[in-house]
Design a protein around this ligand. Structure first.
Ligand SMILES: CC(=O)[C@@H](O)[C@H](O)COP(=O)(O)O
Ligand SMILES: NCC(=O)COP(=O)(O)O
Length: 239
């Protein structure tokens, strides 16, 4: 299983003061040195952390494949087509949210999403859909022609211990079903070194995308150490 490191919150720190540091590009270079397999960055419509220029530099100036997270809006799709990251992960976005809440409503926006999936795929970009682990939504992702899904792990990761077993079971069933459909299965949101153990019970995972907890731990432990610690935790995964 691979680790994609989301470096959004390096940019959050930079934007807090309007400085040029810390630079998410420097973070990505350190991620590569620490053994991460990919870089994830979310270009939000409100540009609260990652900026357009970051995305171009992350594509060109660091060695790892770039997974660009973005809402399905025309202006951002244009940027994706110009940058051509290895992967685009389509995510829902609400302007006032603190972070992504829930997965994409694939059925409600089916036609618009289908158009975007087609256009990104034709440009040679792997398209992933950030979704909750329910079977109807996963089947709709397959119908859209997206090759990959990222299961939203936030509800499980943020839940009280007593509520976790049911949510973990949903993730396990969702991963099994997506795999049966022939979809590549990633997972992400809210994963940290403490809740990683449960995530390791989810089968068929290709990549975990982890950001906030790694960047937070890096304040005290350093970025390379925090990534290596996560990679060591992930070694126990046996699919
Ligand atoms: C889509 C997702 O789960 C994360 O990438 C998250 O969106 C990170 O960015 P924010 O912390 O701005 O929500
Ligand atoms: N898609 C999930 C992601 O990239 C990282 O989410 P988080 O670890 O910052 O919650």
């Amino acid at each position: 299983m691979k680790l994609g490191v989301n470096i959004d919150h390096v940019a959050t720190l930079r934007q807090a003061r309007g400085t040029v540091y810390p630079d998410p590009l420097d973070a990505a270079i350190l991620c590569a040195r620490a053994g991460a397999h990919g870089i994830t960055a979310h270009l939000r419509e409100d540009r609260r952390h990652i900026q357009d220029d970051d995305i171009y530099r992350l594509k060109e100036l660091q060695p790892l494949p770039l997974n660009l997270e973005m809402a399905n809006v025309e202006s951002i799709v244009e940027i994706a087509l110009s940058v051509r990251p290895a992967e685009v992960c389509l995510v829902p976005e609400k302007r006032q949210e603190l972070t992504t809440e829930g997965g994409l409503d694939v059925i409600g926006h089916f036609n618009h999403l289908k158009e975007t999936v087609q256009c990104l795929t034709e440009a040679g970009i792997e398209v992933s859909m950030f979704v909750d682990a329910d079977e109807i939504t996963l089947a709709a992702c397959k119908d859209l022609g997206a090759p990959t899904v990222e299961l939203h792990t936030g509800a499980y990761c943020d839940a009280e211990p007593n509520d976790r077993p049911v949510l973990l079971e949903q993730l396990i069933r969702g991963a099994d079903y997506a795999h049966e459909l022939g979809l590549k299965v990633n997972a992400g949101h809210g994963i940290n070194i403490e809740n990683l153990g449960g995530i390791l019970c989810v089968p068929h995972l290709d990549t975990l995308n982890i950001g906030h907890s790694i960047i937070c731990r890096s304040v005290f432990h350093g970025l390379e150490t925090s990534i290596k610690e996560m990679l060591i935790g992930m070694l126990e995964y046996n699919g």
